[in-house]
Design a protein around this ligand. Structure first.
Ligand code: NAD
Length: 485
């Protein structure tokens, strides 16, 4: 019996490259059946605010697997990206992107004889992709960066399991915990805890800027890297550049219930409809999907045919030897089909026996992410009140000090994260949004109500923009100090 999956052809070049890939699947006798779903630009235009029909949503949730072409989200209509929505709504928490040097795809590294084979696993739900942003004053915008312990644990555990499955011996965690001490700090701490469960995989961590430098100078140092969402987004495009560009970057969005396989590139509106797009990235994503489903023999067969085709110098217009004629999308697919059964000279994939076909259908009975690591003690120790003001720090402090109580004292005022009171530098430039920090005095205890009172009192003199509680968990402070504090 064939396994059924949902297929969305996508917009722009999507239908062209999807047709080419499915033709290759058919020629390789892949045992898949497709249920086509209605998603993409025309469904936004037809009034579906999520860019998909109710029937499409039902089909994808029933089948648990979506193979999709790139999609366009209309700009300026206030709708959210369909690609990001799909990843988030269905909790495809791990974005896996495999990058390898392909014989026939020239890069500075291939010319230098350096072979690249690495995988980026990017957290796919959290971070700044929550899209929670506010204008606090007409001049000051802030965004929330959400990193959670269970969300980090899910993707990090996936990365370790993937590393094991692929026979990798090491996994690195990329981060910026030296600056974002609590958000990236939590991601790194979770990585270090989970690493203890995988003694067979050498774990290490690396600051993301150093990682970028090393990836372009010594990419062979890495096998797999796990990162938070935004950093992972940037680093994975950098890695696509290492192996020849987005035309060679496959992507799998893995969740426990639903998974989505797609190319990293977009709809390429400049070449859409011309039949000249490169189907390789979507084909590589399809190969990832076949392996994920358990069709390992077909995956190896198609991958070897693709590698052989590239080795023969066959190319579409976006890569390869420009002095030889470029194949169009269909011509490239025909060449891969004709080469099924061939083995490339370099990097041939050994066909493994098929695994049990994976069904993605187990529906969650409860939200397992709400089970978190609780702190033994939790204490409320103060508040940061963000206010709009054009006053100088000393004037601001004088007004704020009037709101002090027996339990509560003004300890610090900062501007753009830099302390400007009680001490500061006259060279610190000020914008019209300040943070005023009150902390409880030693030996006292305070309630949430008292804290909110302080904010209400400050609203007599200022426009209060937002309020954040200062907490201690198991005696450890759960907030950062200001620069210079
Ligand atoms: P893009 O990836 O579509 O195009 C960038 C450049 O790469 C273009 O010159 C294009 O011709 C070329 N290119 C891309 N894929 C190619 C292929 N397979 N073969 C040959 N050349 C290829 O990026 P963009 O122009 O920034 O985005 C266009 C649209 O795609 C936007 O609406 C964007 O939102 C959407 N998009 C969708 C996805 C997705 O569905 N996952 C991802 C990225 C962008």
């Amino acid at each position: 019996m064939k396994t059924k999956i949902a297929v969305a052809k996508g917009d722009g070049i999507g239908p062209e490259i999807m047709a080419a890939v499915l033709r290759i699947f058919e020629a390789a006798n892949v045992q898949l059946d497709y249920e086509y779903v209605e998603m993409g630009k025309s469904y936004f235009d037809a009034g579906h605010s999520t860019g998909m029909t109710a029937a499409a949503k039902e089909t994808i949730e029933r089948l648990g697997l979506l193979f999709k072409g790139p999609m366009e989200t209309p700009k300026g209509k206030g709708v959210k990206s369909i690609n990001v929505t799909a990843r988030k709504v269905w909790n495809t928490y791990a974005n896996q992107r495999d990058f390898r040097s392909l014989n026939g795809v020239d890069t500075v590294f291939s010319k230098a004889g350096i072979s690249i084979n690495l995988t980026i696993v990017r957290e796919n739900i959290e971070d700044t992709y929550g899209g929670i942003e506010h204008l606090l004053t007409n001049d000051v915008a802030v965004g929330r960066r959400i990193i959670t312990r269970p969300g980090s644990a899910q993707v990090i555990r996936y990365a370790f399991e993937m590393a094991r499955r692929k026979g990798y011996t090491k996994l690195a965690c990329g981060h910026k915990a030296n600056i974002m001490k609590l958000t990236d700090g939590l991601f790194l701490e979770t990585f270090q805890e989970i690493a203890k469960e995988y003694p067979d995989i050498e774990s290490s961590d690396i600051i993301v800027d150093d990682l970028c430098m090393k990836l372009v100078s010594r990419p062979e140092l890495f096998q797999a890297i796990v990162l938070t969402n935004l950093q992972g987004d940037i680093v994975s495009d950098l890695c696509a550049g290492l192996v020849g560009g987005l035309g060679f970057a496959p992507s799998a969005n893995i969740g426990d219930n639903i998974s989505i396989f797609e190319a990293v590139h977009g709809t390429a509106p400049d070449i859409a409809g011309k039949g000249i797009a490169n189907p390789t990235a979507l084909l590589l994503s399809g190969i990832l999907m076949l392996r994920y489903l358990g069709f390992t023999t077909a995956a190896a067969n198609i991958e070897n045919a693709l590698l052989y085709t590239l080795e023969q110098g066959i190319h579409t217009g976006d890569f390869g030897n420009r002095s030889t004629q470029a194949a169009n999308t269909d011509g490239f697919a025909d060449a891969v089909i004709a080469n099924l059964g061939q083995l490339p000279e370099k990097g041939a994939v050994v066909a493994q026996p098929d695994m049990e076909v994976k069904a993605n259908h187990d529906h969650p009975l409860k939200n397992k992410l709400t089970v978190t690591k609780a702190a033994t003690t939790e204490e409320m120790v103060g508040v940061d009140v963000f206010v709009e003001s054009n006053k100088q720090p000393n004037e601001l402090a004088a007004l704020a000090q009037r709101k002090q109580t027996d339990n509560f004292q003004l300890v610090m005022i900062s501007n753009r994260g830099t302390q400007v009171w009680p001490t500061g530098s006259i060279f610190t430039e000020l914008v019209n949004e300040y943070r005023i920090r009150f902390e409880k005095k030693d030996g006292t205890s305070i309630t949430q109500k008292e804290i909110l009172h302080i904010a209400a009192d400050l609203s007599e003199d200022f426009k209060v923009c937002s309020v954040e509680f200062l907490m201690k968990f198991d005696g450890k402070i759960g907030y950062t100090l200001a620069q210079g504090q």
